[in-house]
Design a protein around this ligand. Structure first.
Ligand code: C2O
Ligand code: CU
Length: 456
């Protein structure tokens, strides 16, 4: 973890960034399924933070050191002591060696900071990178690879006139926290509005939404479709042809885009009507021998009947008297309250997110992968006053491009979103939280325990 300077654009002065290695995003780590990996994560950050800390947030009090770091590999099935628990932060000059067994299917994971109370600032400063897991089964599919497989870490940032990062603050100097941070500059792999020279052939893009709070709805300027072949935790059963795909913070999409037949064109990757980046299509240098297979990898559907427990979990927003957002809570419970979610190892549960707020919250569970069961509108006022659930709409199944293994799910406003999850791998303490980083840093995060399986 260190400070570097880097330009977001050739016409801007160099900006101060915090990152892993020498760049933001940090190096893309490539691993094989089942091949364990040790990583040292030395904290070599400077002594002072350069973004506005809110000392009124839990875990970021004035008595706590300003500059702290702890890394989490998002989507990794890692033992608890290597998972990057938010309170396990350490200071500049210190390091941690973490072990990643990688006993999981191929997927585009990502690593990022997870420090209690300043997570949103450290990630905004640039502390994230990709972590790809591969295996023989995926190799055999012959998807576009090598220089035709490209990670795209997308986010938005606010930049000052002098090219430096700007992080928004509220009007209240004692409580600078804001409920959402959006920037006007679209950044892909650390560059503002970049271009990429591509050949007229198929490419595989491993897209990550690394933004603090922005949801991206991606499409191509020529209106052409593309194929989504994977989601957070790996390949879909079969490619899904789409004209747009949605990514909430922390979600990933594995896309195959075919540029053949477009030589000489400039195709823009868009977020709704905003430009993200440009592809400049040149002739193919060699024949395209990669394939887009009809079938990718089976995703056995998890049956509701396999769940031994259903947990209703309310997502709640508290307002000030002036109607400003004060904090968002999971199950109306702050971070420091005793653990309430304690699934047994190797048990399957349904987690039912009852979203009473007006926002979509991307909910992430550490350690596990899950499937989305469904979403359904409900009467929020009746729920808030009586605790009773009254459905007001039909059961909505997940979209085809969400129907694979996930680790982050969009819990839509005024809907109940249900996931089914098996708690596999390790016993110990993990966390679950909203991945809008401003929410996560202000109490929308809870510890959970995987407890030993009961003896039979
Ligand atoms: Cu992307 Cu708790 O993590
Ligand atoms: Cu949220």
């Amino acid at each position: 973890m260190r400070e570097v300077v880097s330009r977001f654009h050739r016409d801007l002065p160099p900006a101060r960034l915090w990152c892993y290695g020498g760049s933001s995003p940090g190096p893309t780590i490539e691993t094989r399924s089942g091949q364990g990996l040790f990583i040292d994560w030395p904290n070599e950050l400077p002594a002072r933070h350069f973004l506005p800390i809110d000392h009124s947030l839990h875990g970021a009090e004035a008595s706590v050191p300003e500059v702290r770091g702890i890394v989490h590999v998002h989507g990794a099935k890692a033992p608890p002591e290597s998972d990057g628990y938010p309170e396990d932060w350490y200071l500049p000059g210190k390091s941690r060696t973490y072990y990643y067994p990688n006993r999981q299917e191929p997927a585009a994971l990502w690593y990022h900071d997870h420090t209690m109370g300043i997570n949103r600032l450290n990630i905004y400063a640039g502390m994230f990178g990709l972590f790809l897991v591969r295996d023989k089964v995926e190799d055999a599919l012959n998807l576009p690879s090598g220089r035709f497989e490209i990670p795209l870490a997308i986010c938005d940032r606010s930049l000052r006139q002098d090219g430096q990062l700007d992080y928004p603050v509220s009007g209240d100097p004692a409580h600078p926290w804001v409920p959402e941070a959006f920037g006007e500059v679209m950044v892909v792999n650390g560059k503002a509005f970049p271009f990429l020279d591509v050949e007229a052939r198929k490419y595989r893009f491993r897209v990550l939404n690394a933004a603090n709070g922005r949801f991206f709805r991606l499409s191509l300027s020529n209106g052409r479709s593309f194929h989504q072949i994977g989601t957070d935790q790996g390949l879909l059963p079969a490619p899904v042809e789409l004209e747009r795909t949605m990514l909430a913070p922390a979600e990933r999409a594995d896309l195959v885009v075919d540029f053949s037949g477009h030589v000489g064109e400039k195709i823009v990757l868009k977020n709704d009507s905003f430009d993200m980046m440009q592809f400049r299509v040149g002739p193919a240098q060699s024949p395209d021998t990669s394939v887009l297979p009809a079938m990718l990898r089976p995703v056995p559907k998890m049956l509701e009947s396999s769940a031994t427990k259903t947990r209703p979990l309310a997502l709640i927003e508290r307002m000030t008297l002036k109607g400003e957002s004060m904090t968002m809570l999971l199950n109306n419970t702050p971070w420091h309250a005793p653990v309430t979610e304690n699934p047994a190892l190797d048990s399957t549960e349904i987690w039912s997110f009852i979203n009473t707020t007006d926002d979509s919250h991307p909910i992430h569970l550490h350690l596990v992968r899950f499937q989305i069961l469904d979403r359904r509108n409900f009467e929020t006022f009746a729920y808030q006053t009586t605790g009773r659930i009254q459905y007001t709409g039909p059961v909505v199944p997940p979209a085809p491009e969400e129907s694979g293994w996930k680790d982050t799910v969009r819990a839509h406003p005024k809907m109940i979103t249900r996931i089914i999850v098996r708690f596999e791998g390790y016993v110990g303490r993990y966390v679950w939280h909203c991945h809008v980083l401003e929410h996560e840093d202000n109490e929308m995060m809870r510890p959970y325990d995987v407890i030993p399986a009961p003896a039979c």
